[in-house]
Structures are given as structure tokens and as C-alpha cells.
Design a protein around this ligand. Structure first.
Ligand code: PMP
Length: 434
């Protein structure tokens, strides 16, 4: 077979036809799928379609590609690791790429988080976090603590444990009600960052926690930014109060920073907005700069020792745990963050998004325009027609993936002002056309 490394690969109509008939895409129907666009290659912040068109990617491929595509240092990390070994099992073996990455993760997260469990994806890292919390209470001789308390509008992944703590409506709990464990849901926080804090906002959460404390293994939430459950931002004081209440009732706190971690909200981790440290932390997405699937669950010494009390092993071990290729590219991605002025980039993007998107609050079709860190959201009054909006955006040279009533951008940190201007102008045009 000939491999054309640098030539554009035209995608044949038969391939698109095969895709349509045989391949599921995320959150789509197989019987009436939405159109997909064939990508040939990607560089910087641009995707090149197989038909030669180029679009600016305002999604950073579902929020992961923070340094841009085809980054020479990330490419080199993978190439040089590939010549040593692509993969070895992690059971009974270890290697420098995993050790280096975990050392970096321990160093860059708050001090109490010192133990790392590597896994394949964000959802799995959440499963691992939930299992850790349950095992911790077994170790502490309180095996009755098996439930989780969370807040509405959350999203934590698509596997069963993770799905059980997603918002019941967005997470489609009714479809899986026979399988999902019954978790506890407090109302969504309600107060946005910058708004006047009102202590009554925490009362329903506090009441649920108090009532069920003896059955709760952990509270799990996305700190400050709720992503796929609705792209909403809440007051850091809420998170601070959650930490205090968890401490008061002796309940663990799991922070899901899969979307927020590595700078997206203007802090390296969103928990820093509230100056809190979780007992268990999940990271993923941008961990590898969007190159490969990899996630990590970090735990305090207290949690790790509890979970492994009485010589109990921790019951999880994915086949591709600690994959050396993924670890190598993740280490370089974290190194780039360390030296890359990400904070200035995120501040610059936030400033731009605020200037360009917040005035759209005036438009009739817009329910709310909101910006936090490098996240710009237009929530419309009505659901968006994804196919129509997407084709309009592509015509305009911009890639965004709307969902529900939301048109939003989470650009790569390396996006220039000129490219950002293209993205926000396209968002404005869509909003004005509704
Ligand atoms: N938690 C959060 C906060 C997320 O945003 C996501 C992905 N959107 C996940 C968990 C699940 O991650 P993955 O898709 O890698 O399984």
C-alpha cells in the first residue's frame, strides 16, 4: 500500500457514503445522521477539509487543542517515543514517560494531591474517582457510603457511573433509569461570577448534604464552569462553601477539571478561583494538547491510603493505562504550558470575547451572552438548527459545533486576534440571522 504522507487526500464520495451508512458519530442517529465534513489535515488553528476549504477551529476539537494542531514539539515527542515503544502494559512494568508525566502532574497541582491514576479518557477518570471514593470509605469501615451528591446542569462523561452524576435531563437518565444508581442532585448554583453572593444560594445543597451525609461517599462537581451540561459559570463562593460543608460533614470532594484544567478559565485549575483543594481531581482533554486520549485522577495521601487500607488493591486497570505515546506528548504539552505565557493568552482571548460577544445581549435571538476565561457563549432563546448553523459557519470559514440553544467558542490559546475576530464575527452573524 502506498502512503501519501504530504499529499492532500481527497475523500471520495464512496467514503462519505460508507461513513454515513456504517459509522456512528458522537451524539447522532445512525438512521438520519447530520452531515459530516471530511478533514484532510490541520495546522495551527486551522482545519483543512478534503475539498480544499480551510476553517478556523473555534472549538479546539472539543476544548483539547490548546497549543494548536501539528505543533512541532508535540509531533517530535510522539515521533521519538514511537521509535522506543508505542505501548507496553502497565501491570508490573513502568517507564520514564509515565513517571515524568506523573511527576509533572504532582508538581503542578496543589500539594496534598500526590497520587496519580492514569486512564484512557475523561469519563474513565471520573469512574476511577468515584470508585476511589467508595473504596476509601470501605477502608475507613464505613461501607454504607456509596452515593454521590452533585449539582444540576453538570456533565461528567458518558459511562454509567459518570452518567449517573450528569444532569438528569441532559444526561437522559430516563433512558437508563434501570441501570443508573440514584444519586443526589442539588439545584444548579444560580449565581454567576461577579454577581453579588447570596448565602441562600448554598442552602439547598447544604440541606441535602446534611440530610444524607452518612450515605454520601463524595460530592462531585465541575468547579466554577459547567461545560457540556449547559456552558454555565457560577460564583466561586459556592465552591468555597461546598468545600467547607464537605469538611464539616466529613465527605470527600471530587473536582472534575477535565474541561477546566490547564488554564482554560484563566487559572491553571478552576478550583484556584475559590482557593480550594479537592480530595480527588480529574483531568483530561488538554492534558495531551489534544493529541491523544489520556486522563488522570489525582488523590490525596489520605484518600489513597484509605482506598488501599488492609492491603486492599485499587480495583481498576485499563489495558492502555499509562500509554507511553500519550504520556510523552502530555509531558511536552505541560512543559509548553509552563513556559508558554498561557495566562496572557487566555486573558487576551477573554478580553476579546467580552468586547465582541457581550454586546450581543442586545440581539432579539440571544437569551444571554457570557464569557469566562477563554470561553465565549451565546445562549439563544430557541434551539439552534445545527446543520443550518454549521453550514453557515463553514461558508464563513469558521468551525464551531453548536448544541441545544448554545453557540460557543473555546479556542486554542494560540489563536491570534485576527483569527479570533473571524470567529466572533461569524458568531455575531449567526445570532443576527435568527
Ligand atoms: N467531565 C467533563 C467536565 C467533561 O467536559 C467531559 C467531556 N466533555 C468529560 C468529563 C468526559 O470526558 P471524555 O469525553 O474524555 O470521556
Amino acid at each position: 500500500m502506498t502512503v501519501h504522507r504530504n499529499l492532500a487526500r481527497i475523500m471520495l464520495p464512496e467514503s462519505l457514503q460508507f461513513d454515513r451508512q456504517h459509522i456512528w458519530h458522537p451524539y447522532t442517529s445512525l438512521t438520519s445522521p447530520l452531515a459530516v465534513y471530511a478533514v484532510d489535515s490541520a495546522r495551527g488553528v486551522r482545519l483543512r477539509f478534503a475539498d480544499g476549504r480551510e476553517v478556523i477551529d473555534g472549538m479546539a476539537s472539543w476544548w483539547c487543542v490548546i497549543h494548536g494542531y501539528n505543533h512541532p514539539l508535540l509531533n517530535d515527542a510522539l515521533k521519538s517515543q514511537l521509535d522506543r515503544m508505542a505501548h507496553v502494559m502497565f501491570g508490573g512494568l513502568t517507564h520514564e514517560p509515565a513517571v515524568e508525566l506523573c511527576r509533572r502532574l504532582v508538581d503542578m497541582t496543589p500539594e496534598p494531591l500526590e497520587h496519580v491514576f492514569l486512564s484512557d479518557s475523561g469519563s474513565v477518570s471520573v469512574e476511577v474517582a468515584m470508585k476511589m471514593a467508595i473504596q476509601y470509605w470501605y477502608g475507613r469501615k464505613e461501607p454504607g457510603r456509596q452515593r454521590f451528591l452533585t449539582i444540576r446542569n453538570g456533565y461528567h462523561g458518558d459511562t454509567f457511573g459518570a452518567m449517573s452524576v450528569c444532569d438528569p435531563v441532559n444526561g437522559m437518565h430516563h433512558l437508563f433509569s434501570g441501570m443508573l444508581p440514584g444519586q443526589l442532585f442539588a439545584p444548579a448554583p444560580g449565581i454567576a461570577p461577579g454577581e453579588q453572593w447570596d448565602e441562600s444560594a448554598i442552602s439547598p445543597f447544604a440541606a441535602l448534604l446534611e440530610e444524607h451525609a452518612s450515605e454520601i461517599a463524595a460530592v462531585i462537581l465541575e468547579p466554577v464552569v459547567q461545560g457540556a451540561g449547559g456552558m454555565r459559570f457560577y460564583h466561586p463562593e459556592y465552591l468555597r462553601r461546598v468545600r467547607e460543608l464537605c469538611d464539616m460533614h466529613g465527605v470527600l470532594l471530587i473536582a472534575d477539571e477535565i474541561a477546566t484544567g490547564f488554564g482554560r478559565t484563566g487559572r491553571l485549575f478552576a478550583c484556584e478561583h475559590a482557593d480550594v483543594v479537592p480530595d480527588i481531581l480529574c483531568v483530561g482533554k488538554a492534558l495531551t494538547g489534544g493529541y491523544m486520549s489520556l486522563a488522570a485522577t489525582l488523590a490525596t495521601d489520605e484518600v489513597a491510603r484509605g482506598a488501599c487500607a488492609d492491603n486492599q488493591v485499587f480495583m481498576h486497570g485499563p489495558t492502555f493505562m499509562g500509554n507511553p505515546l500519550a504520556c510523552s506528548v502530555a509531558s511536552v504539552s505541560l512543559e509548553l504550558l509552563a513556559g508558554n505565557q498561557w495566562q496572557q493568552s487566555v486573558e487576551r482571548i477573554e478580553k476579546w470575547l467580552k468586547a465582541e460577544l457581550l454586546p450581543l445581549n442586545e440581539l432579539a435571538a440571544v437569551e444571554e451572552a457570557r464569557v469566562f476565561g477563554a470561553i465565549g457563549v451565546l445562549e439563544m432563546k430557541e434551539r439552534l438548527d445545527v446543520a443550518r448553523v454549521q453550514s453557515m459557519l463553514v461558508e464563513r470559514g469558521v468551525w464551531l459545533r453548536p448544541f441545544g440553544k448554545l453557540l460557543y467558542t473555546m479556542p486554542p490559546y494560540v489563536m491570534s486576534d485576527e483569527e479570533l475576530a473571524e470567529v466572533t464575527a461569524a458568531m455575531r452573524e449567526v445570532a443576527a440571522s435568527l
